[in-house]
Design a protein around this ligand. Structure first.
Ligand code: PA5
Length: 414
């Protein structure tokens, strides 16, 4: 279970209405992620671990190429956990800025590397262009045969340009299941290969998600019902706040999950994120006293790191004697409590508490947010699993860049 508490004036929650949406989600052909923690492909899971071991043994860097759902989930887990690994992950294909790409190339230098190219459709422009650039670099460095052994492709099992290329060149391939869309795919090979390479225990990550799946957590429905109730009262902006900078990319993943699942047919709560306490000294003002269409979801990580404390000094010139010997965690926790109290006098606040950031707890949170997001979208009457707006941008860019039309029918299947 994921612990959840509503602060301040709570709207009336229709938890039964939230629960009723589960059968609609189960019946949807894109609901593979719902049972993924138990139904995942066990043979592929073993292959993911062996590929990660090989990459750890022959590569100082793994360049992960992907965008949106083919990028944010694994970066969220990798950065939140910051495990030790012989291989550092670099990211490309989630931007088209030459300056940003140059930075990646500069860090890579002449070191040994491999590439994991991730694209369900296999045709998205940003990763496709980045892949060409890094493939050429691999070929220049290792020659074609060895280069192809250093390319890992995660894509559709049957079609798309990347699938066809992987078959033609014999890349080791992993599958994005047909019944799982990009932003729900972090616990498939899309996320698991980079996550494993980064030294994260993927067995525990899956076990955490499985625990949440098996728990049939009431709080999943409560969170969805809370959001729906607020949406009906014209609250259309949600801020996910955390006091842990290492959750920055987790919030980026969450923003994509909710924004792309709900923002359609003129519906949807706009998802934003803050990292406190730094943003308390900027956006905190808006949260407390700005326009009241906003609510806040605070992730509270309660574990205490006793190692960093306020040192004892002879003098008290800075007036901090009262904090001597106190841990930074203690001060951070009190900043959180102060924020919850202050903000909930003025806006609805929901607090989601996790005892620590580890594989198990992240697995739980991933499952919790995925299911409550799908339910929440259904409660707003929209399809959580399509992204016609993103498809429109992708197609318009194909048109502007002069992509031959016969290739376009394979696109937009993410
Ligand atoms: O969630 C989604 O479906 C999208 O964000 C996609 O993941 C993103 O557009 C990338 O698509 P693809 O994996 O086909 O390259």
């Amino acid at each position: 279970m994921v612990e959840l508490e509503i602060h301040g004036v709570a709207p009336e929650l229709d938890i039964e209405a939230a629960k009723a949406k589960l059968s609609e989600i189960k019946a949807d052909k894109m609901s593979g992620w719902l049972t993924l923690p138990t139904d995942y492909d066990k043979d592929e899971f073993v292959r993911i671990k062996s590929a990660a071991e090989k990459i750890n043994s022959d590569s100082k860097y793994l360049v992960c190429i992907g965008i949106g759902g083919s990028y944010l989930g694994h970066r969220a887990v990798i950065e939140a956990l910051n495990r030790k690994s012989p291989t550092k992950i670099l990211y490309a294909g989630s931007f088209l800025s030459p300056a940003a790409l140059q930075q990646v190339l500069d860090e890579l230098g002449d070191n040994d590397f491999s590439v994991n190219v991730i694209s369900k459709s296999g045709t998205t422009t940003e990763p496709a262009v980045a892949f060409r650039i890094f493939k050429q670099k691999l070929i220049d460095k290792y020659g074609e045969a060895e280069a192809y052994k250093r390319i890992y492709a995660t894509t559709d099992s049957r079609e798309g340009a990347l699938h066809d290329e992987a078959v033609a060149n014999g890349y080791e391939s992993f599958v994005v299941p047909d019944n799982i869309g990009g932003r729900y795919s972090v616990l498939t090979a899309v996320g698991l290969l980079p996550i494993a390479v980064a030294g994260v225990d993927i067995d525990k990550l899956m076990a955490g998600a499985r625990e949440e799946q098996d728990a049939d957590d009431e709080n999943i429905y409560k969170y969805a019902a809370f959001r729906a109730a607020l949406f009906n009262k014209d609250y259309d902006l949600e801020v996910l706040a955390s006091f842990e900078p290492r959750l920055f990319y987790f919030a980026e993943w969450w923003k994509q999950l909710y924004g792309e699942s709900e923002g359609k047919n003129s519906q949807g709560i706009f998802p934003a994120a803050t990292i406190y306490t730094t943003d308390l000294h900027s956006l905190g003002q808006y949260m407390q006293e700005g326009r009241r269409n906003i609510f806040e979801t605070i992730i509270n990580v309660t574990d205490e790191n006793p190692l960093i404390t306020v040192p004892e000094l002879k003098e008290n010139l800075d007036g901090l004697k009262y904090l001597e010997g106190k841990s930074l965690s203690y001060i951070n926790q009190n900043a959180l409590r102060a924020t919850v109290t202050a903000h909930s006098t003025s806006i609805p606040v929901v607090e989601i508490t996790t005892p620590e950031i580890n594989e198990m707890e992240l697995g739980k949170l991933i499952y919790f947010f995925e299911l409550s997001c799908a339910i929440s979208a259904k409660m707003q009457g929209v399809d959580p699993f399509n992204q016609p707006g993103v498809d429109m941008y992708k197609n318009e860019m194909f048109r502007l860049l002069g992509k031959p039309t016969q290739q376009s029918n394979l696109d937009n299947r993410a």
